[in-house]
Design a protein around this ligand. Structure first.
Ligand SMILES: [Zn+2]
Length: 415
């Protein structure tokens, strides 16, 4: 269960501890200080872990459904990939947007069949685990999941190719519980153009009239129109016609790493202007520009050392934290991509768009490399800790971890 305890950082406490006090001040201020110390003693028990648990945690993009379609079982804890249901719970995730991504080998009717099969297998899993999972389709469902200590499952399509330009298929997907729709993946199709294709100069069309009609339909149904993966032209078309907050489920900042998948500062400001959310992607390729084969190999070695560390310290106590910090510092000194690069992108997005317009879009199980120290979904509390160390306020962290996207969900989804 989640609760809303107040949390105060150690830096805040330190200001009181080292404040130079004369004898006179000591005398007059002591009752005040004593009260503050009492309050702090209660609050210091609030660790980053309680902060993490007290916030709604909502991740914008996870590709583990692909593993399910390949016959994998994600209802049990596994060492494969970055997530499964037990690990999502361990990472204290309250709502996960699960992407339905159709492998490119499936074309035409086969792509549509795959889409429905993916949705049905996720729903079957929810039916099998009613104590743990809940399909979120209504505006109160994420709040309900938090109240009942369950994981809210949000279904999303990544790429509109499989609807084959048919309007009625959007209605069908909505009926089946889909609530987010990434208009394209890397490949464009007849009604929307992708960032990859626009960047490579292959297409420049943005949204066709049909694409615009589809966006209006999704707006009216209460399906979040996901602009991650869209080309700039298509992004601007969505911004011009959509009456809803702009929602980017898994994109980082182009100002820190030039990449067509990342959002420019202008796009971040437009997202903020629409009261939307940009959810930061954890994929090192989108975070840093210095990845080499050697650095990637070194990062994988650090991942193994992190795994060994977790095994050694199942309590995640003070010794674990010290060793964890030392490993992250060592990786940073070696110029590798770490959890601190994710914090840097979040920090940049917060500076440009404001803290109410930033979220998390891990891309876990859709990426083949992770930042040192943020290696799977169970490391999410460490990101909360890193955000606290960076100096973000309790309220800002609450919003970034999930509060911001929860605001959109409550406004947008069927009442
Ligand atoms: Zn993607």
């Amino acid at each position: 269960m989640k609760n809303g305890h107040a949390i105060v950082s150690d830096a805040w406490y330190a200001r009181f501890m080292f404040f130079p006090l004369s004898g006179y001040a000591m005398h007059t201020l002591w009752p005040v200080l004593f009260t503050l110390l009492l309050v702090h003693t209660t609050m210091s028990a609030q660790s980053y872990q309680s902060m993490h648990r007290a916030s709604p945690v909502i991740d914008g993009h996870n590709d583990v459904l692909g593993r399910v379609l390949r016959g994998g079982d994600i209802t049990v804890r596994s060492k494969k990939g970055h997530s499964d249901i037990p690990r999502l719970r361990e990472g204290s995730v309250d709502a996960q947007i699960f992407a339905v991504w159709v492998p490119t080998r499936h074309k035409g009717a086969a792509a549509w069949r795959y889409t429905l099969e993916a949705i049905d297998s996720m729903k079957a899993m929810v039916d099998r685990m009613p104590d743990m999972l809940l399909l979120a389709t209504g505006h109160d469902d994420i709040d309900r999941a938090i109240r009942e200590d369950k994981l809210a499952v949000i279904l999303s399509l990544e790429g509109g190719r499989s609807i084959e330009g048919k309007r009625e298929r959007i209605l069908e997907l909505h009926r089946r519980g889909l609530r987010a729709f990434g208009l394209t993946w890397n490949n464009s199709h007849e009604w929307a153009t992708s960032s990859k294709d626009e960047h490579e100069g292959r297409v420049s069309g943005g949204l066709s009239e049909k694409g615009k009609d589809f966006v209006r339909l999704m707006d009216s149904l209460g399906i979040l129109v996901d602009v991650s993966h869209l080309g700039e032209r298509a992004f601007h078309d969505v911004a011009a016609i959509s009456t809803q907050p702009l929602f980017a489920s898994h994109s980082s900042c182009a100002a820190l790493r030039t990449h067509h998948r990342n959002l420019s500062d202008e796009q971040l400001r437009m997202i903020a202007g629409s009261d939307g959310v940009a959810m930061i992607n954890f994929f090192p390729v989108f975070l840093v520009s210095n990845l080499t084969k050697q650095r990637i190999a070194a990062m994988r070695a650090f991942e193994r050392r992190m795994q060994a560390l977790k095994k050694e310290h199942p309590d995640r106590g003070e010794n674990y934290l010290q060793a964890y910090d030392a490993l992250v510092a060592e990786a940073m000194a070696a110029g590798l991509c770490t959890i601190e690069n994710v914090v840097a992108h979040i920090d940049h997005a917060v500076r440009v768009a404001g803290p109410a317009h930033v979220g998390l879009g891990s891309d876990f199980d859709g990426i083949n490399l992770t930042p040192v120290g943020l290696n799977d979904v169970t490391d999410l509390p460490m990101l909360t800790r890193a955000l606290m160390h960076k100096g973000f306020t309790e309220q800002q962290i609450y919003g970034i971890l999930g509060g911001n996207v929860l605001r959109i969900w409550r406004q947008r989804i069927d009442r």
